[in-house]
Write a protein that binds this ligand. Structure first.
Ligand code: 9MJ
Length: 677
């Protein structure tokens, strides 16, 4: 055997330690200290030394995280302590009953619980002997799982060595392998590009990736891990509480959620549930509930188990976000710009606690991509406040008479031709404002809160006004009388008068609101504000040529062209003339206005105590500043209130000035010119 010099052995050890450490910073703490390129350099140095000295190779080396040999199948593994399942609760009553049972059995007035989110992934158990990762297995039936060690080795968040000089002799760490939502989106986009089958959700993607026979594929799938408990543990004194066990796991460099808490009594449990539910949509990973565990270990032992589940723990599940139902028909909705959107009509089904009857299908390509036919059995998903969508079709339940969807050639509302321009996913009705559907949408937009704000003029009323021929364009609203409205179904004398008053009030508006209300394609609220600020009057804007429009920052060729086309249309000019004749007015721009924040871009995060978001935005805009939704290198200030979101971290990352509420108010004062007065 050739003699290996000591410096090489130490160099290899040092490189492994360094790489383990940077892995931990990157994958567990999300706070890297070195660049990817620097990491790659260290990684390649180690790979080269291991290639030159195969006798020094080790299965614990970080270089093995990119995937080893392809397996023929997974070996069964018997867990030395069974992996338990949790009893589920779906209502607050069930949680109260759990807390009462526990407290009575323990003789507690109020029981202390460790609470944590319930990760929606794949449960696994990791075995460490003398601090070194030896093997890992899926939960399987709780007694016997599958040996997925080679795949788990590729999960960077799982330590290959415990970060301690004094590890337990034998330690089983239990937790959940998950896929982050953003990695799931990337993976599905790749699957689609390669004509592969997309995964229905991050949990399926995580499970599919962990059960890959080729670990090199698992390595590319970017799995993450959260530890939430310990199985067998020998040669080491367990702490007295679950919370301390979690802290210990963190000390050993396992990723543990920082959402974990210790609470007491039913109030503590339920308030954690509601707080977590409110955060759910923003989390980078899927959770399907929260888990409550009696905190004190001796109390856990006293409570024991009933069949396969501990009496000391409970999973309080969120209402299911997915359900299966029948796709009854596909109807076409016509939007404000004539876009034809297929909408799925579903057999009513409860998803996430809400009855769902419709789901968006976006466009014809989407229907084809999902291989949907009318009459199919489908999986519907409703996450947070988003519009329900069809995730996939259950092909095994496809009826023989399931029908293909065909995009109509004529608008189902007005009969005009439907066109789909080359390269566009959207089919459009060519009817313009001749099409009652487009007219209704245009009116609804005109009256909406951020446009002319006509309180009480909702979609049902607009529908009636258009269908009865009382209103053809927005200007017709201003000639409506209470007598005309009173006779409409569900409309009393008082509400008719209120609406006429609301319409009358909307006459006094701002130029920005009016421009936004016109519904020009590509002109959202911010662009409308930019146009109003630049041109100061509707007639100036109407006569602006393309170079003048393009001179405004953030106005590109698509917007400039849409604005020109809109005002070139005789019909639109007629409506504008009618609106002005009906008495629509806006304040003229004042020359002496202080524009101390001109050119400055703000992002707001968290809630301010002294004003609402809308007020804060209006104040900035009053002094010429602009408020945008996301932080970029072009942001000048990030204003933070209570409970700021990730935007604050982004602000730090971009080195952007962060203002608290007081500093923000001071800046406004300065901008108003009063500060120095
Ligand atoms: C999940 N899925 O997040 C447990 N779990 O504890 C948490 N699962 C569990 N704990 C004992 N946070 C058995 C399962």
């Amino acid at each position: 055997m050739p003699q290996i010099s000591e410096p090489i052995t130490s160099r290899i050890t040092a490189l492994r330690k360094q790489l383990d450490y940077h892995n931990y910073l990157y994958y567990v703490l999300d706070a890297p200290e070195i660049s990817d390129a620097e990491y790659d350099t260290l990684f390649r140095q180690l790979q080269e030394l291991e290639r030159q000295h195969p006798e020094l190779d080790s299965s614990l080396s970080p270089t093995h995280r990119i995937g080893g040999a392809v397996a023929r199948g997974f070996k069964p593994v018997t867990h030395s302590l069974p992996m338990l399942s949790l009893n589920n609760a779906f209502s607050e009553d069930e949680v109260a009953a759990f807390d009462q049972r526990v407290s009575e059995a323990l003789g507690n007035a109020k029981t202390e619980y460790a609470v944590e989110p319930k990760f929606d992934g794949l449960a696994i158990s990791l075995l460490y002997i003398n601090g070194e990762f030896v093997s890992g297995a899926t939960r399987g039936d709780g007694d016997t799982g599958e040996d997925v060690s080679a795949n788990l080795r590729t999960v960077r968040a799982i330590p290959l060595r415990l970060f301690t000089e004094h590890p337990p002799e034998r330690l089983e760490v239990r937790g959940e392998v998950v896929m982050l939502k953003r990695d799931f989106e990337t993976l599905n986009a790749k699957q689609l590009a390669l004509e592969g089958k997309p995964f229905a959700n991050p949990r399926n993607a995580a499970a599919g990736s962990l059960r890959q026979l080729n670990p090199a594929i698992t390595a590319k799938r970017r799995l993450h891990f959260f530890a939430y408990g310990i199985g067998q543990c020998t040669g080491w004194q367990l702490p007295l509480t679950h919370a301390e066990i979690m802290n210990q796991l963190a000390t050993w460099h396992f990723p543990v959620t920082d959402m974990r808490q210790v609470v007491t009594g039913i109030d503590g449990l339920l308030s954690f549930y509601h707080r977590t539910a409110a955060l759910r949509a923003q989390l980078p990973f899927d959770i399907d509930g929260v888990v409550y565990k009696v905190n004190v270990i001796t109390q856990q032992q006293k409570l024991g188990f009933v069949s396969r589940a501990p009496r000391f723990a409970l999973a309080h599940k969120f209402p299911a976000e997915e359900a299966s139902t029948c796709l009854v028909s596909i109807e076409i909705q016509v939007g404000r710009t004539g876009a034809l959107t297929p909408v799925a009509h579903l057999e009513p089904v409860v998803v996430g606690g809400v009855t769902v009857t419709h789901a968006t299908l976006h466009n014809a390509d989407e229907i084809q991509r999902k291989n949907l036919k009318i009459g199919d059995w489908v999986i519907v998903r409703r996450a947070g406040d988003v519009i329900p969508e069809i995730v996939s079709v259950v092909l095994s339940r496809r009826p023989i008479d399931a029908q293909d969807f065909v995009m109509p050639k004529r608008c189902p509302v007005c009969g005009s031709h439907v066109v789909r321009l080359p390269g566009e996913a959207i089919a459009r009705c060519t009817g313009g404002l001749f099409c009652p559907a487009q007219r209704k949408q245009a009116l609804w937009h005109f009256a909406s809160r951020r446009a002319m704000y006509i309180d009480g003029l909702g979609d049902k009323l607009i529908e009636q006004l258009v269908d009865r021929g009382l209103v053809h364009d927005p200007a017709d609203l201003y000639t409506l009388t209470a007598t005309q409205l009173e006779v409409l179904p569900r409309m009393g004398e008082k509400s008719a008068r209120n609406i006429v008053t609301a319409i009358a009030h909307s006459r006094q508006t701002t130029l920005a609101r009016l421009v936004y209300a016109l519904g020009i394609r590509h002109v959202g609220e911010q662009t409308a504000k930019d146009l109003a600020q630049q041109f100061g009057s509707l007639s100036m804007l109407m006569s602006a040529d393309e170079p003048a429009l393009l001179a405004i920052p953030d106005v590109g060729p698509a917007v400039a062209c849409a604005v020109r086309e809109f005002f070139a249309e005789v019909h639109n000019r007629t409506v504008i003339d009618k609106l002005l004749a009906a008495g629509i007015s806006y304040p003229a721009p004042t020359a002496e206005k202080h524009m101390g924040l001109a050119g400055k871009t703000f992002v707001l995060t968290g809630s301010l105590t002294g004003m609402s978001r809308d007020q804060a935005r209006a104040a900035i805009e009053a002094y010429g500043g602009k408020v945008v939704g996301s932080v970029s290198k072009n942001t000048d200030y990030v204003v933070t209130g209570d409970a700021p979101g990730s935007k604050l971290q982004q602000a730090h990352a971009f080195n952007i000035t962060v203002l608290d509420e007081t500093q923000y108010l001071k800046l406004l004062e300065q901008a108003s010119g009063e500060f120095n007065a």
